[in-house]
Design a protein around this ligand. Sequence first.
Ligand SMILES: [Mg+2]
Length: 311
Amino acid sequence: MHQAHPYVKHAYLEELLPPKRMVFLVNPKAGTRAHRHIVRAINAHLDHRQFVYTVWQTERPGHATELAHKARQEGYDIIVSVGGDGSAQEVATALLHTDAVMGILPAGSGNGLAMHLGYGRQLERAIRLLNTAQVRTIDCGRVNGHLFVNVSGVGYDGAVAQRMQNSHCRGFWPYLYHSVWGGLTYRPIRCTLEAEGQRFERVFFVVSVANGSMYGYHFHIAPDARLDDGLFSVVMFENVPRWRYFFAIPSSLSGRLYEERFVAHFQAKEVKITCERPTFAHADGEYLGQGDCFRFEIVPKALKMFVPTRH
Ligand SMILES: [Mg+2]
């Protein structure tokens, strides 16, 4: 099968070009054990006529940002985050408004961004998708100055992120445990949400500000979210009995969350959320601490992303 070159779409020129240099930044602390067999999987599935590669492991929080800076300085063309949304956010921080191209391999707990982009959750398949991926420029977001690529939120989501940060376990079951326990114990608070002339004042369970459409695990939090439209999808969950959230899970899995009556949504470039007392917030699943005022702003066309050509 002929493999298309990621940049040059000419069969004869492709033959003459040297392979692109690719570095995989592997987070061994992410949700899965992908780091144990990543080299074997890359050797088996990456197109080595197109790409020469190396693998670097991250050793601590924030290290992926340092390594991505280093990779850019050393002239790597494509910098691939191997981890979850938190790892992707760290790599994106170093590549914002540069010509370096970012790729993602799903190796985290949720993998929301990888799911949205079409890489899926399966590592070997995602590596094969890199072979035919194309460069697209996507938006990012900021919340109180913190970058995020996929989804940020205030309220219940932030409480779950805090619980995950304090837990040493990763993966689906710990995430489910903290989601359920957080759901039972989180006390919703009154917030005022302002965005481009719109104003909502209610007791919210959670407000999600989404750049990408998915939390991961096939949960569509914002089915209308696009990564390149210069807008957030803002999704507000009103405070209703907990069992109603539970019964909305099938809607979320099938992309029909907006049909639930306790869910309201709109799109905006900027959002300000003011809460009557400090509450929890997260950005790409990373706990941001508590605060009572959160300002979200879109960063349009911020990041060059390697995106699968077919889903
Ligand atoms: Mg958007």
